[in-house]
Design a binder for this molecule. Structure first.
Ligand SMILES: Cc1ncc(COP(=O)(O)O)c(C=O)c1O
Length: 300
């Protein structure tokens, strides 16, 4: 499934540095760290009429990622919130919006890897676009397993939500070549980690299971699904999951801000059983998720 450009995004306004600019003017310097080394952290946010979903959790992950990478002069969560809501107001946006929030290490005084060349603080980019959930959540998606491993803390900790997305992009290329919607990435030991851009869950014998967050981004949506299970007495486990367990799951789905909760109908050509809605856990999780959305949304 290839995303298309939404005509409503033709004249959007984008925040770069400390200015709200037209789409055509919104640019970063060639000296910016994100250009030089993918040296940036980011979050994907979703705006509903009730506000931005789980805003505080996203901003906490953004500042923690920046702290782990030793960024200097990181804007406070309140400063980022103000810039976010000012940008949404400038665009008159209230719903069906995905916001790509990026914080780069900023401009360098000359090209090079050394963070001491960054002497003017971070650069904040707020890119809001009209973009309803990107997957076909009614019919689900197909997935293929990639040979590209998701990073473990041995190499580059997946808990940092950074812009070095090359291994995920390579995995997505595997999916594209195979005609699948997304790629499953394994950890260094061969257990499932996550898809190239979303977290995964299976249901087996009524138990909801998801991989440990050892080699995946601990997604905010993943966290909400775990909380929903715990508060509604739905048995849930974080555990190692091998491909054989995935192939034999009763249900299989992925979670993320981009697509919300999405059923997976095929993995490596193996069909996930077509249970009736009454037998399934996922429709219950989706209805809890939609029911509590308003209480997790934040407005300016
Ligand atoms: C690699 C990866 N996994 C999972 C997710 C889902 O995380 P969240 O639920 O916080 O959107 C993302 C989102 O950016 C991601 O990039």
């Amino acid at each position: 499934m290839l995303q298309t450009s939404d005509p409503r995004n033709k004249n959007i306004k984008v925040y770069v540095g400390n200015k709200v600019l037209s789409r055509a003017e919104a640019k970063v310097s060639v000296f910016d760290s994100v250009v030089q080394g993918g040296d940036a952290v980011w979050e994907g946010l979703r705006l509903y009429p009730q506000g931005i979903f789980c805003l505080d959790r996203h901003l906490q992950r953004l500042v923690e990622s920046a702290h782990a990478l030793s960024f200097e002069a990181v804007p406070s969560k309140d400063e980022v919130k103000k810039a976010l809501f000012d940008t949404l107001k400038a665009n008159d946006m209230t719903d069906e919006v995905h916001i790509r929030l990026t914080l780069t290490r900023g401009e360098k005084i000359t090209s090079g890897m050394d963070p001491r060349l960054n002497q003017s603080g971070c650069c904040l980019i707020i890119l809001p676009e009209y973009k309803p959930p990107v997957y076909d959540n009614a019919h689900g998606i197909s997935v293929i397993t990639s040979t590209i491993r998701r990073n473990s803390p041995l190499f580059l900790d997946s808990k940092i939500h950074h812009n070095n997305l090359l291994n995920n992009i390579q995995a997505k290329i595997t999916a594209n070549v195979a005609g699948a919607d997304a790629a499953l990435m394994l950890d260094k030991d061969g257990f499932a980690a996550e898809l190239n851009g979303t977290n995964i869950f299976i249901v087996k014998d009524g138990i909801v299971k998801t991989p440990h967050a050892h080699a995946c981004l601990p997604g905010i949506t993943r966290g909400i699904v775990l909380e929903i299970c715990k508060t509604n007495n739905i048995p849930v486990q974080e555990c190692n999951l091998s491909l054989t367990e995935l192939y034999n799951a009763d249900e299989f789905f992925c979670t993320g801000t981009m697509g919300e909760l999405t059923p997976i109908h095929t993995l490596d050509g193996r069909k996930v059983p077509r249970l009736t809605p009454n037998e399934k856990v996922l429709p219950r999780l989706i209805s809890y998720f939609e029911g509590l959305r308003a209480q997790y949304c934040e407005l300016s």
